[in-house]
Design a binder for this molecule. Sequence first.
Ligand code: CAA
Length: 257
Amino acid sequence: MSYQNILITKEGPIGIAQLNRPKVLNALNSETMIELVNAFEEFDKDQSVNVIILTGGQNVFAAGADLKEMAQATPVDLVLGRRFELWDRIRKISKPIIAAVSGYCLGGGNELAMNCDIIIASETATFGQPEVNVGIMPGAGGTQRLTRAVGKYRSMEMILTGKSISAEEALRIGLVNKIVPVESLMDEAKKIASEIASKPPISVRAAKEAIVRAQDTTLEVGLEFERRAFYLLFATEDGKEGMKAFLEKRKPVFKGK
Ligand code: CAA
């Protein structure tokens, strides 16, 4: 598939998608979102890919939804455009997605990063939900995911004032996993991706799915889900191999089966 607004590469078991609209700070228009979701789904289907990295490059992650596209929209356009269905499709990607964030990560950009599973920030990253500044509010999950990530009070402050926070502040409040120098951003993301990619993929996917459930459901339902996923892994060759190798004091050889 050919893409106009994103760059796609593959490095061994890592699929990399880079937003590529630098002139508008990687603003997320419909085309970009469609391409991104298609690329994610391609990686999800590709058996040689175990982990996905999403980045905007070293200068900017994304300055939000494309305001040029949204400025004239009516509620009917938004309903008929079904733009948020694309975001639901990202939620269904079974492989882990690591966001490598540098520079502005605002509005829909921050919502996109929060749709990923691990967020690595460069020292220049700034995070915010500035939608109130332009008379709207977060619409791609910001009020829900930010609140789940950092709690009600931090979320209220960020969304109601529209002010951005630095990478250090984001780390302190638990919005990002770690901060690295800009020039090491992709290396760090790839390091974590490689580590995850070396694990049995079915375990990784099942664990991701259970963790995502933890945020979306009650403890009782979540525990039940976890238990069923846990039982299923005992039917995998990798599960048998991993435990056997441990007992035989040797390195496991995983097959992804
Ligand atoms: N949509 C469309 N274009 C955008 C954009 C956006 N979200 N953000 C930046 N751009 C464009 C600018 O219009 C400008 O284009 P021109 O050169 O053609 O004028 C170019 O990118 C560079 O931007 P600036 O000149 O503004 O750069 P700056 O360094 O002075 O400021 C900024 C950077 C603070 C990020 C500023 O661009 C800004 O405030 N952008 C908008 C941020 C925003 O409000 N995001 C939320 C969008 S709504 C949303 O995301 C809803 C949702 O929940 C889905």
